[in-house]
Write a protein that binds this ligand. Structure first.
Ligand code: TSX
Ligand code: MN
Length: 649
């Protein structure tokens, strides 16, 4: 009753949802209820009714003290960063302009897959039923009843003593037909500061929305004030109760307990991948875990590729690659997510729904990714990196760049850190959150509302053995199979231990918004649609090693040599030959001119029969264990054909 009365009072205080007010029975207004929150910035009355209704509904539940409707202005941003600094949540990195360091509670450092769920009326909509006795690893379903219970145990009163920030944001260029609007409600100012970098946020997003509907995003760190337990690093969170939930039917996300990255910046993985992949299925397009890269060859011919890699493959490095081949230019459209749709001419067009990069810091250096380093030198929020005594940042991979007289404080606050401590200075999942607009090789068309035309789709993995540097799919169906069968070596996907070759179909395993089998079918269906110019598909592996464990391919900027071959294929050049697993470069067709050091082309392109027999068995087991009855027939046929071709070797 108190809740109903509270809702009534709130709505009455803001003089909206008139019909509800009129239908309320007369009741005793002297009953004890918390006062309605104060709107400290913006006006609820200025918002579209459907937005206002969403806010008030969640205000009812979360009971914040204040409401702040973000306008997205620079003044707002500055005042929030100052407040965060006063609260001790971020610290200025004085070596740069407007750069900040946040150190989290060490219990809140990564996405938590085990606490990420999708709720649909039936389980089968979200996940395949794994083979008897096998635990499913391709998504996690929660029943609507369990979800309601879980949310009810978490959100009521969770914003007491705090301010609810209302963040309207656009995923994709403002007003692009490919873009979508979300509204995130959050009690974390850190999240507001990062959303300002990662999305087009504020008044302009509201203007782009108009009367349309939006994706509903609710986020709370799950620590109403006063807190019952002491805070660590001034970073409120509630790891015991962390839960990231998606309700795709309602285009809704509710995330509780974590302030970190993908758990709290709901526009990114939750919206742009999980919810958007479901919207894309319903609307006939693709929401993918892919970078978008523009490549211009020495003849001035420009093309774009989209590429999908699991973690630890250097996706951001490829997105910002500096070509070593003379006369080539590479320009970045996006480093993580691509929304792609076939246009009226049947061309596949891609936008980057994001506005910034939320990249893994360790390993990034002038050697591996100078463009990322330049991007990060101003207006950047770093999280869980180490700090230099001269006000600079530090992480693993920057060892050569610290002057002698500079000392390091680790992400855990350990002063005078040295690598002899045996612990990393920066958390392995530490991040930079930085505006895309600052990227030196950002593509001029990166905000083109029509998107950029995609000529090739590249899949990849970290495969020390057996998988050649590059091969091309025979056709679209075979390409979908290759992507479905993707595997990659992982060191630390936070929750997994040791080195293992993990299955990661389409690099989407943690991000499917619906049943992975139906997702494969959605991709396959494009083959049947008339009038589409289906891009060619490829698989690359920069990480093959010799018997001695040495990398066989120099990688990094030299990868343009592989991209050159891929684009030659897109031009229809006769530079490929058949193999059991796909089309591989004809002898001499991969440009290796001027590469220093010996290159063992045989070892790079060898396709060992015994390895591939085992690979087929492993893929078959994975498909049967995990995708089971939901595996499309086209995919199992492709697997059988692959096996036949390998047997015939
Ligand atoms: O990002 C990488 N790419 C893609 C670059 C566009 N990395 C780093 C991966 C960790 C996230 C790579 N590492 C790549 C690569 O192509 N290749 C390798 C393996 C490698 C590492 C070092 C050397 C060669 C290959 N050579 C020397 O260190 C001298
Ligand atoms: Mn990613």
């Amino acid at each position: 009753m108190a809740a109903i009365l509270r809702g009534f009072l709130i709505r009455q205080a803001y003089n909206c949802t008139k019909s509800l007010v009129a239908s309320m029975p007369a009741c005793n207004l002297t009953t004890q209820v918390t006062p309605p929150p104060k709107v400290v910035k913006g006006k609820l009355e200025d918002l579209q009714p459907h937005i206002r209704q969403y806010i008030l509904e969640k205000v009812d539940v979360c009971q914040p003290d204040n409401i702040h409707i973000c306008d997205g202005t620079e003044e707002e941003n500055v005042s929030m960063l100052n407040q965060l600094e006063k609260d001790g949540m971020i610290k200025r990195l004085t070596k740069y302009s407007n750069c900040w360091l946040a150190r989290t509670d060490p219990k809140d450092v990564a996405r938590v897959e085990s606490k990420t769920v999708i709720s649909t009326p039936t389980m089968r909509e979200t996940v395949p039923i794994p083979r008897e006795g096998v635990k499913g690893t391709v998504g996690k379903w929660m029943s609507p009843e369990d979800l309601e219970k879980a949310l009810g145990e978490r959100f009521p009163g969770c914003m007491k003593g705090r301010t609810m920030f209302v963040i309207p944001f656009s995923m994709g260029p403002l007003g692009s037909p490919l873009s979508k609007i979300g509204i995130q409600l959050t009690d974390s100012m850190y999240v507001v500061a990062c959303m300002k970098i990662m999305t087009r946020m504020g008044k302009k997003a509201l203007a782009a929305l108009g009367q349309d509907d939006f994706v509903r995003c609710l986020h709370s760190v799950g620590q109403p004030l006063p807190m019952k337990t002491p805070m660590v690093n001034n970073w409120p969170c509630n790891p015991e109760k962390t839960l990231v939930t998606h309700i795709p039917d309602r285009r809704e996300i509710q995330s509780f307990g974590s302030g970190y990255g993908g758990n709290s910046l709901l526009g990114k993985k939750c919206f742009a991948l999980r919810i958007a992949s479901r919207i894309a299925k319903d609307e006939g397009w693709l929401a993918e875990h892919m970078l978008i890269l523009g490549l211009t060859n020495p003849q001035g011919h420009k093309r774009y590729i989209a590429a999908s890699f699991p973690s630890a493959c250097g996706k951001t490095n490829l997105a910002m690659i500096t070509p070593t081949l003379p006369g080539w230019k590479a320009e970045c459209v996006g480093d993580d997510i691509a929304w792609m749709k076939f246009d009226k001419e049947g061309r596949l067009r891609a936008i980057n729904p994001e506005y910034g990069f939320f990249g893994v810091a360790p390993g990034t250096s002038d050697k591996t990714n100078p463009n990322a380093m330049r991007t990060c030198e101003s207006n950047t929020v770093f999280t869980n990196v180490a700090e230099r005594s001269d006000g600079g940042f530090f992480w693993e991979g920057l060892e050569k760049e610290i002057p002698k007289d500079v000392s390091i404080t680790s992400w855990l606050g350990q002063e005078n850190w040295t690598k002899e401590s045996g612990k990393p200075a920066a958390h392995p999942n530490s991040r930079f959150c930085t505006p895309a607009s600052q990227c030196p090789n950002l593509d001029p068309a990166w905000e083109d509302p029509e998107g950029v035309p995609i000529d090739a789709i590249v899949f990849g993995g970290r495969r020390p053995k057996g998988v050649p540097l590059v091969y091309e799919a025979f056709d679209w169906k075979h390409g979908v199979f290759i992507a479905a069968a993707m595997r990659s070596e992982t060191t630390a996907a936070a929750e997994f231990k040791g080195k293992a070759i993990m299955h990661d179909p389409f690099a989407m395993r943690p991000f499917f918004g619906y049943n992975v089998g139906h997702y494969f079918q959605h991709w396959l269906d494009f083959q049947q649609k008339p009038g589409l110019q289906l891009p060619k598909m490829f698989h690359v592996n920069w990480f093959r090693t010799s018997e001695q464990g040495k990398f066989l391919w120099p990688g990094f900027g030299e990868n343009t040599r592989v991209l050159d071959w891929i684009l030659k294929r897109c031009d229809g050049e006769d530079v490929a030959q058949n193999s059991a697993i796909g089309l591989v470069p004809k002898e001499g067709s991969l440009n290796v001119d001027g590469l220093d050091g010996p290159l063992d082309m045989k070892a790079l392109f060898n396709i060992p029969k015994d390895f591939w027999m085992e690979e087929v068995q492993e893929i078959r087991k994975y498909f049967e264990d995990q995708i089971n009855d939901d595996l499309p027939k086209d995919i199992s046929n492709e697997l059988n054909s692959l096996e036949d071709r390998i047997k015939a070797m």
